[in-house]
Design a protein around this ligand. Structure first.
Ligand SMILES: Nc1ncnc2c1ncn2[C@@H]1O[C@H](COP(=O)(O)OP(=O)(O)OP(=O)(O)O)[C@@H](O)[C@H]1O
Ligand SMILES: [Mg+2]
Length: 358
């Protein structure tokens, strides 16, 4: 392990947020984000070409803003980390190209890291180093997984994942059918606070005795909400948006927390972390706390701003890579839009490392 906590800059461009963060070990120094979310709003989802162009325009000013916030010079850095995948191919490419340029110009090592492992590692900035092992419930716009995390820089085992929609995707689709705009999670969270979670009995996917214990399914729930709302509209009645939001949200977070606590018990793991954009959900946080307290599990959830995409999470994982002496990536690193969750980073091969050191 490195003698001192390393100073690392992280670049995140996997979707519609240009994030640049700077950390020293597990301490957050800067978190600059430029979002193109408003440019996508009228399309009801992220348009890849618009996102890529916005990353290109925002990159240099956002890096400069992060350096100013942290009060450091680029030459002080010990490494540059970047999201190598998964995500939108064109958007990732902008971040990877920028990170290569900075790393090459500054003569610093480059670390291509996994966006999903970064969503887990970001919690180190809030609660210190992750206990090993930690169970991670990763719930975001594109993923819903239970991950047994033995070492966030190298060993993540997938216990289960969604077989159809991701949790965040379900929030976004239900918000669209209620005409609440995009992204759906925050607005449903807000409406749900004034609604009755027991008003409508929506289905809990894959919760039968014979169903896979750790997989998720949210597509049936989305269809059930859609049918219920359509029936109301056909009957000419008002749709009770607050009750629909609260009942839908309850169905999602009930299943997520039950399966996560069960995985902890089955695997004998006493720390659960929840990461990804949906971890910002207030009801998910409250119910997870309640159920973890009852089961004697310590819950770790980063503050909401660190749950959605940001550069600090990438810097956090990069710093952990440096601290643990993990091999850097080669300069021919490419973006991998479907990088598997178990590949925490993209190290250079032995031959490439040899060439680099010559
Ligand atoms: N308070 C909230 N409640 C529920 N969902 C939320 C909340 N805040 C954000 N979300 C959801 O989180 C998702 C965005 O999370 P995140 O930024 O991690 O996703 P992503 O980066 O697009 O996907 P991935 O990380 O899988 O590539 C959106 O689907 C959004 O609706
Ligand atoms: Mg994400």
């Amino acid at each position: 392990m490195a003698a001192e906590e390393p100073l690392v800059l992280g670049i995140e461009t996997s979707c519609d947020e240009t994030g640049v963060g700077i950390v020293r070990g597990t301490t957050l120094l800067a978190d600059a984000v430029a979002s193109s979310v408003e440019e996508h709003g009228r399309y009801g989802g992220v348009v890849p070409e618009i996102a890529s162009r916005a990353h290109l325009e925002a990159m240099v000013p956002t890096v400069q803003r992060a350096l100013d916030q942290a009060g450091i010079k680029a030459s002080d850095l010990d490494g540059i980390a970047v999201t190598a995948g998964p995500g939108l191919a064109g958007a990732l490419l902008v971040g990877v190209s920028a990170a290569k340029a900075y790393a090459y110009a500054l003569g610093k090592p480059l670390y291509g890291v996994n966006h999903l492992a970064s969503h887990i590692c970001v919690d180190q900035l809030e609660h210190g180093r992750l206990p090993e092992p930690t169970m991670a419930l990763l719930v975001s716009g594109g993923h819903s997984s239970l991950l047994l995390t033995e070492d966030i820089t190298s060993t993540v085992r997938s216990l289960g994942a969604t077989i159809d929609d991701a949790a965040g995707e379900a929030f976004d689709k239900v918000a669209r059918l209620l005409n609440l705009g995009f992204p759906g999670g925050p607005v449903i969270d807000r409406y749900a606070r004034e609604g009755d979670p027991a008003a409508i009995a929506f289905p809990r996917g894959l919760s039968g005795a014979k169903d896979p214990a750790y997989d998720f399914s949210f597509s049936g729930l989305k269809t059930a909400v859609s049918r219920w709302v359509e029936a109301k509209r056909r009957a000419g009645e008002d749709v009770p948006v607050r009750d629909v939001s609260a009942s839908f949200q309850e169905a999602v977070v009930d299943v997520l927390t039950r399966k996560a606590v069960r995985a902890c018990k089955d695997e004998g793991v006493d720390h659960l972390m929840i990461g990804g954009g949906v971890a910002a959900n207030s009801r998910l946080r409250a119910l997870a706390q309640e159920r973890c307290d009852r089961a004697g599990i310590t819950l770790r959830v980063p503050r909401p701003k660190l749950c959605t995409d940001n550069g600090a999470m990438v810097a956090a994982l990069g710093a952990e890579m440096v601290w643990r002496d993990r091999a850097p990536s080669a300069f021919d690193l490419s973006a991998d839009s479907s990088l598997p969750v178990t590949d925490t980073h993209v190290p250079a091969s032995h031959d490439e490392l040899h060439r680099l050191s010559e």
